[in-house]
Design a protein around this ligand. Sequence first.
Ligand SMILES: Nc1ncnc2c1ncn2[C@@H]1O[C@H](COP(=O)(O)OP(=O)(O)OP(=O)(O)O)[C@@H](O)[C@H]1O
Length: 586
Amino acid sequence: MIPMIRNLYRLWPDPKLLLRLGSLQVILAVLQGVLLGMLVPILRALLRPEPDFAAAGPWLFAGGIGLAVYAVLTVIATPFGFAASMELAAELRHHLMGHVTTLPLGWFTADRKARLARAVTADVNTISHLTVTIGFPAIVSVLVPATVIVVTFAVDWRMALLFLAIAPIAFLTLRRAGHIASIAEVELEEAATEIAGRAIELGQAQTVLRAAGHGTTGTARLREALEEHRRTYRRGLRRSMVPDLTFTAVVMIGFAAVLALGAWLLLERSLPIPDAVVLFVLAVRFLEPIGNLIELIGALRAMDNSIGRVQAILHTRPLPKAPKPVTRLENAGIEFESVTYHYEQETGKAPALSDVSFRCLPGTMTALVGPSGSGKTTVIRLIARFFDVDKGSVRIGGVDVRSLNEEVLMSDVAIVFQDVYLFDTTIEDNVRLAKPDATDEELAAAARAARLDDVIARLPQGWRSRVGEGGAQLSGGERQRVSIARAFLKRARIVLIDEASSALDPENEIAVSQAIANLAGDPDRTVIVIAHRPSTLAAADQVIVLDAGRVAEIGKPEELRQGEGIFARLFDQYERARSWHIVKRA
Ligand SMILES: Nc1ncnc2c1ncn2[C@@H]1O[C@H](COP(=O)(O)OP(=O)(O)OP(=O)(O)O)[C@@H](O)[C@H]1O
């Protein structure tokens, strides 16, 4: 329990509140023990053949005051605890969210995003709620028996020794039960995460499922996940049965031993009757809280696991910061020098990029081409410093990105993803995100350059039209144009584009190509496009062909087309695919 309290204390951004709450519970627990202790002189005085009210009076008075204090503190503790629990949850969420904003963009994989979502919701809830409802009662359940042992020594040392012998055996069996409960909780949490993943998949794949006639039955994977969750739950229950029963048996045997010792001492006449009554009351207050711990231990372990999951995120370190970061970029030229990057070194998989070198001059457009998995996206991510290279160097304007001020890098780089995510607000708010204080003229100019103006003209409420969740009201090409408008608005000198690989309608195709050409028209801007369209490839100043993480070809598009390399082959493929679309549409 001590490590758990330590973890909880370390986790809290402002542990003062936790300390105040904990102190209140400690006072309550000790007070309970002391009040029980007061029973000793009271009962000894009252249970004599001639009750001595004068001797009991001061103790009764002190006990009455103690009880009143206890009652007031208990009444205060409950609402104070719940208010504190809400505050703790809010603080912890704030702390978590603040921390993840410092993490490199490369950290945000789908898996980690799902874990972050569970940590911010379920785990923070568990921690803040259980700290109050289970954590503090658990402290009481340990401290009350401890105080009772001390008090018992004042009544009868033999009974106190028996309590002292029972306590470690009970705690050892409890530890074992807690360990099993913890394993079961981890397994159950994994099963629950799997269900969540499958449920999201079910939502996303509805069209495909309905087309295949599985609309109402769901996926086999979801059914299997639900079944596995049920199996895991039952397995957990089965496994914890023996340790739980062992613990209960220890408590029961302990109680029987107390009764036997009490009876023997009475028969021996070495224990006065008032003391025997007090000892039985103490025995109940000793064993009952310990017995309650079995109810709490599973929840306590769940809380500890939640703390572990939140800590794992909080312990993830941001990328190292340069001691004196460069705050001005002379130009937007990009250079890769012998860059090697490995995603998962421990799996033995080949590096995503090996010894990659190239240069993109300001005012030019470079097309990145290559088969799937050849490393194109990794190049883009390394320029925006999603993560740091293993070897070599990525430079912008001659400065290694590791030495660049992060805000400067982010303000100069714009990324246009294949699937642009838009916020469920107006199209204007979505574009303004790039420069909230932009004038209407600046906004209009960015929309024109990105060929977004005809989209806005067509929408019923123009700039004020809402785009729906994720931008669902707009087509993929239109969303890319919003993202390109953002790049114009923030005057990004480096624009990294992952061109849509799926077919766009002819109007969008022309508009996106023109928007990209407009971006590349600025002599201060460097544009890098992961290109899938012959028109983009033909318009590029330079083409870099990647193959299995290495630069296979590099040169002007017209030169490479004449050769017999990968580029010539891919170009033909893209052209064939395009004419196939045209024929199909016609
Ligand atoms: N987040 C990641 N974690 C682990 N491996 C990754 C990750 N992203 C990419 N990879 C691996 O790195 C290699 C290069 O991937 P990358 O996405 O850069 O290729 P790509 O050329 O952009 O592919 P595509 O055209 O299919 O998008 C691949 O083997 C891929 O499996």
